[in-house]
Design a protein around this ligand. Structure first.
Ligand code: GLN
Length: 491
C-alpha cells in the first residue's frame, strides 16, 4: 500500500471519501513528519499545527454531512510570499520577519473555500529572488534527493517539502522560473499559469508584470485540481484575466494524438547537460509514440531573455520594494538618529545582499539617461520574444524542452557567481516575459537527481498543458519515484 504521504491528492480525496482515514489523521501524519524530518531540510518557515487540525476537523465534519468542497481536508503548504490572514508572512526576508498578514491573498482564500488544510508557510529566496533558496533570511533549504544539494528556487521550500512528503501539494510563485526550476530539481510537477490567470492580490510583489502563482504537486492531475480552485477573475487585481475557468479535470483526458509539439533548436545548446537532453528527447519519443507530431521550431531571440529579464525584473522590484522603509510596517532599525538614518539603516539591515543588488540595478536602469539604453531596450527585446512564441504557435500547439540546463547543484556551488546562478533560468525566463503558461514535469534522473522537462503552451491553455503532462504521466513513472530521505526515520 502506498504510504500516506506518497499518495496523490486525487487518491487522498478518494480515501477520505471512503473513510479510510480522516483529514485529522492525515493532517497529524503530515505534522508529525514535519516535526521529525524538517529540521534537516528547513523547508518550512512557519508550521500551523493548531489551525491545521481545526481546519481538518471542520472538513471531516463537512464530509460527514456530505457537503465537502473540491479539496476538502487536503493538507497543503503556501509559499511564504502568499499572505495568509493572522499568520506571519515573511517573503523569506528579515524585513518582514515581524509581519503578520492582516488579510489573505485571493488564491489562499479560494483554496480555503475549496477546503484545504494549511500546514504552514514554506521557505523561499528573499522576495523570490534566487534559484537555489540560499538567499533566504531563514537559511538554505536542502534537497531531499541529496541533502548537500539545493532544491532550486525561489519556491525551494515548497518543492523540497513536496518531494520529502511533508505536504500533499503546495503553492508557489514564478517570476522567471521559480515554480518550474525547483519542481525540476525536486522531481515534482509545477505549473506556472498564464499571466493573470491566478490573482496576484495578496501575493507580495517582486516584479509585477512577471509574477504569477501556481500549483506544485506530485502529478499533473493534482496540479489540475489545485489550479481549478486557484484560478479565476479577481476584481482586486487589475491584471487579472476576466475569462471563465474551464474544467481542467475534464480536459486532461484527451488523447495527444495529432497534437503538434515543437522542439526548440536553441534549447539544445552545448550548455545543456547531456543526460537532460537525452531525457527530453526520450520524452518527445514517448509522446510521438502516443500519436503526437514532433516538429523542430526556432525561437531566435531566446538567448536575449536573461539580459532583458535582469533589467525589467530589477526595475520593477526597485519600485515594489520601496515600500519597505521602516515606517509603515516591517523591520525598523534601533535608535534612528534622523528620518534619513531610519530609512537607510532599516533597509540596509532588513534586506539581504541579492535584494539590495537588484534594487540598485533597477534604480540605475530606470534613471534618466540610462532608461533609453537599458529599460526601453529590454522592453523591445520582450516584444521580440513574445513575437517568437507567437510565430512558433502558428506551427505547433506546444513547445517541449528542458526545464533547467543542469540538475540540482551543490549548496554553495554557485553562491559566489551571480551570472552562473542567473543562467539557471535560461529555458524558463522567456515564458514569463511572454506571459505564457508552462509546466515542468519529471522526466528522468541523472546521478540520483531528478530531471524536469518543460512544456510551454498558448495563453490560457493550462488545460492543454495539464493534458499533455497527464497523458505522459499515464505511461511513465518518473513522477512516482521518491527520495530515500526520511526512510530510516520511518522504519
Ligand atoms: N531565479 C529568478 C530570479 O532570481 C527567477 C525567480 C522567480 O521566478 N521568482 O529572479
Amino acid at each position: 500500500m502506498t504510504e500516506l504521504h506518497r499518495k496523490t491528492v486525487r487518491q487522498l480525496l478518494t480515501d477520505l471519501d471512503n473513510k479510510v482515514f480522516s483529514s485529522v489523521e492525515l493532517t497529524r501524519h503530515y505534522l508529525d513528519r514535519i516535526e521529525r524530518l524538517d529540521p534537516s531540510l528547513n523547508s518550512y518557515i512557519t508550521v500551523l499545527g493548531a489551525s491545521a487540525l481545526a481546519q481538518a476537523a471542520a472538513m471531516d465534519e463537512a464530509r460527514r454531512k456530505g457537503n465537502q468542497p473540491l479539496l476538502a481536508g487536503i493538507p497543503i503548504a503556501h509559499k511564504d510570499i502568499i499572505c495568509t490572514q493572522g499568520t506571519k508572512t515573511t517573503a523569506g526576508s528579515r524585513m518582514l520577519d515581524n509581519f503578520i498578514a492582516p488579510y489573505s491573498a485571493t488564491l489562499a482564500e479560494r483554496l480555503d473555500a475549496a477546503g484545504v488544510v494549511t500546514l504552514g508557510k514554506t521557505n523561499m529566496d528573499e522576495f523570490a529572488m534566487g534559484s537555489s533558496n540560499e538567499n533566504s533570511y531563514y537559511g538554505a533549504v536542502h534537497n531531499p534527493w541529496h541533502t548537500d544539494h539545493v532544491p532550486g528556487g525561489s519556491s525551494g521550500g515548497a518543492a523540497a517539502s513536496m518531494a520529502a512528503g511533508l505536504c500533499a501539494a503546495a503553492t508557489g510563485t514564478d517570476t522567471g522560473g521559480s515554480i518550474r526550476q525547483p519542481a525540476a530539481f525536486c522531481g515534482i510537477t509545477g505549473l506556472k499559469p498564464t499571466y493573470g490567470r491566478v490573482s496576484r492580490w495578496g501575493v507580495i510583489a517582486y516584479a509585477s508584470s512577471l509574477d504569477q502563482a501556481g500549483p506544485m504537486a506530485r502529478t499533473a492531475e493534482d496540479a489540475a485540481l489545485l489550479l481549478q480552485a486557484m484560478a479565476g477573475f479577481d476584481a482586486r487585481d487589475a491584471t487579472s484575466i476576466d475569462q471563465p475557468v474551464p474544467d481542467y479535470m475534464a480536459q486532461i483526458n484527451r488523447p495527444v494524438k495529432g497534437l503538434k509539439i515543437g522542439l526548440c533548436q536553441e534549447y539544445f545548446d552545448p550548455g545543456l547537460d547531456p543526460d537532460i537532453k537525452a531525457a527530453v528527447l526520450d520524452a518527445a519519443k514517448t509522446l510521438e509514440s502516443r500519436g503526437a507530431i514532433i516538429k523542430d521550431i526556432s525561437l531566435p531571440n531566446s538567448q536575449h531573455g536573461i539580459p532583458a529579464y535582469y533589467i525589467i525584473a530589477p526595475a520593477e522590484c526597485s519600485a515594489n520594494l520601496s515600500r519597505y522603509d521602516g515606517v509603515r510596517f516591517g523591520y525598523r532599525c534601533a535608535d534612528p538618529q534622523s528620518i534619513e538614518d531610519l530609512y537607510k539603516r532599516s533597509r540596509s539591515e532588513g534586506l539581504g545582499r541579492e535584494v539590495k543588488s537588484r534594487i540598485m540595478v533597477g534604480a540605475f536602469a530606470l534613471s534618466s539617461g540610462y532608461y533609453e539604453a537599458y529599460y526601453r531596450k529590454a522592453q523591445q527585446i520582450r516584444r521580440l520574444i513574445s513575437q517568437d512564441f507567437a510565430n512558433a504557435f502558428t506551427q505547433v500547439d506546444y513547445i517541449l524542452g528542458p526545464t533547467t540546463p543542469s540538475p540540482a547543484f551543490k549548496l554553495g556551488e554557485k553562491a559566489g557567481d551571480q551570472v552562473a546562478m542567473y543562467l539557471q533560468d535560461i529555458y524558463t525566463i522567456a515564458v514569463n516575459l511572454a506571459g505564457l503558461p508552462a509546466i515542468s514535469v519529471p522526466a528522468g534522473f541523472t546521478k540520483g537527481l531528478p530531471i524536469g522537462m518543460q512544456l510551454i503552451g498558448r495563453h490560457l491553455d493550462e488545460g492543454g498543458l495539464l493534458n499533455v503532462a497527464h497523458q505522459y504521466q499515464l505511461v511513465t513513472d518518473w513522477h512516482n519515484r521518491s527520495p530515500n530521505f526520511g526512510n530510516q526515520q520511518d522504519s
